[in-house]
Design a protein around this ligand. Structure first.
Ligand code: UD1
Length: 387
């Protein structure tokens, strides 16, 4: 089998790392190439994850860079299609490399692990790269495998929800993380034979790296103490794109923290807006985005996490750290019904009562969802061998 694995943005990297490690164990039975779309390109948003998680250098980097949703989607589709078409022609390696310079897009660099046509593309999660590569592949008759398929926030204003809907509508094989995802897919009319509940590859990475987590520089600098600080991340357009909303949220969090330090690794999107607001508070510490090992060290030892990310709510559930989600919905309901997550909403007035509950030591303990056990990628590869 010839398989393309797609990674584009930060939350993809921890999901593909263990799949690649499991593929390496089956040697040549599945030949794969790793394609980085270049949606995230900063060292802090991409390169450091490859280094820390031992992900091999991508065979191809499409280098699409930043842009609007449509610009990124279009660029990824165009460049990935070009790459697939080269493979479809089944030319020899040297010919492909020679033709390369003549294509419209000379930024595509080809280093390959296999010749000939890709049979399948494996996409993970819900970012723009996930959707764009699925469409390009499917239209050329390449089968689509979606890891983390079937989850839904039912909030169509989120770009990720559109990415999930479109990707799932053309997916041939779903690897799912929850029973809810299975039900969603069945309700959409997908045949049960296409759906495999395997667990969560992001948790494979977390469990494997737990002993390797690294104290970040900020720990000593800010004199942090175990269970004595908050970790906060905010990057969703609904929270960060309007100055007033972002300011009100942060003000409420600072107040509710009652002097406890808040460590806030700032996403580039949020940093741009924050520059214009100029928020300051003695207990608010804004720092650069962290590497995987440093970020999860902070989370593991924190008093609580405040976030608008979906993936982080899965990690806090497994680490049993209280988590407040500043969103009105979630595509990961099991982090609430089973785990340590609570949906606070985007209204800043909602924050205070949850903060009170935390300080009172009244947070739920939570359990770990079925099959989030560190063995998901092995199950996926075992199943891929049967395709
Ligand atoms: C993307 C994903 C989101 C995910 C998030 C995690 C989509 C639709 N969204 O959102 O699901 O939770 O990644 O980070 O795919 N930028 C840099 N350096 C980079 C990458 C981006 O400075 O390496 C800047 C861009 O110029 C842009 C902003 O960050 O202004 C946002 O990047 P973008 O890739 O558009 O989306 P994210 O908000 O990161």
């Amino acid at each position: 089998m010839k398989l393309d694995i797609i990674a584009g943005a930060r939350p993809n990297f921890m999901k593909i790392a263990p799949i690649i490690a499991a593929l390496e164990k089956v040697n040549d039975k599945i030949q794969y190439r790793l394609i980085h779309t270049g949606q995230h390109y900063d060292k802090k948003m991409s390169g450091s994850f490859f280094e820390q998680l031992g992900i091999p250098e991508p065979n191809v980097n499409l280098e699409v860079g930043s842009g609007t949703q449509a610009e990124q989607t279009a660029r990824i589709m165009e460049r990935y299609e070009t790459l697939l078409l080269q493979r479809h022609l089944d030319r020899s390696e040297s010919e492909v490399e020679r033709t390369q310079g003549k294509t419209k897009d000379s930024s595509i660099t080809v280093g390959t692990t296999f010749k000939g046509k890709s049979d399948w593309v494996l996409v993970v999660g819900d970012v723009t790269s996930t959707m764009a590569c699925s469409i390009a592949a499917k239209k050329l008759g390449v089968g689509v495998i979606h890891v983390e398929g079937g989850i839904r926030s039912n909030d169509i204003t989120m770009p990720e929800e559109i990415n999930r809907m479109v990707t799932d509508s053309i997916t041939d094989v779903f690897y799912t993380t929850s029973e809810v995802a299975n039900e969603n897919l069945k309700k959409l009319g997908h045949d049960e034979s296409k759906i495999r509940y395997v667990g969560n590859t992001m948790i494979d990475t977390l469990l494997k790296n737990m002993p390797r987590l690294q104290k970040p520089e900020a720990w000593d600098k800010l004199k942090l103490k175990e269970r004595g600080y908050f970790v906060m991340t905010l990057h969703r357009p609904a929270n960060v794109d309007e100055e007033a909303q972002l300011k009100n949220l942060i003000d409420e969090i600072v107040k509710g923290a009652k002097g406890m330090p808040i460590v806030f690794p700032v996403h580039p999107r949020t940093a741009k807006i924050l520059k214009g607001i100029g928020i300051e508070a003695d207990n608010l510490h804004m720092i650069e985005p962290l590497g995987y090992l440093e970020f999860n060290y902070l989370v593991k030892n924190s008093f609580a996490v405040i976030t608008d990310s979906g993936g982080i709510t899965e990690e806090t559930t497994v680490m049993k750290v209280p988590c407040m989600t500043l969103r009105d919905n979630t595509e990961r309901p099991e982090t609430i019904t089973i785990g340590t997550n609570e949906l606070v909403g985007t209204n800043p007035d909602n924050i205070a009562p949850f903060m009170e509950k935390l300080h009172a030591g009244d947070w739920k303990a939570g359990k770990i969802p079925y099959l989030w056990d560190g063995e998901t990628s092995e199950r996926i590869v075992e199943d891929l061998l049967k395709l």
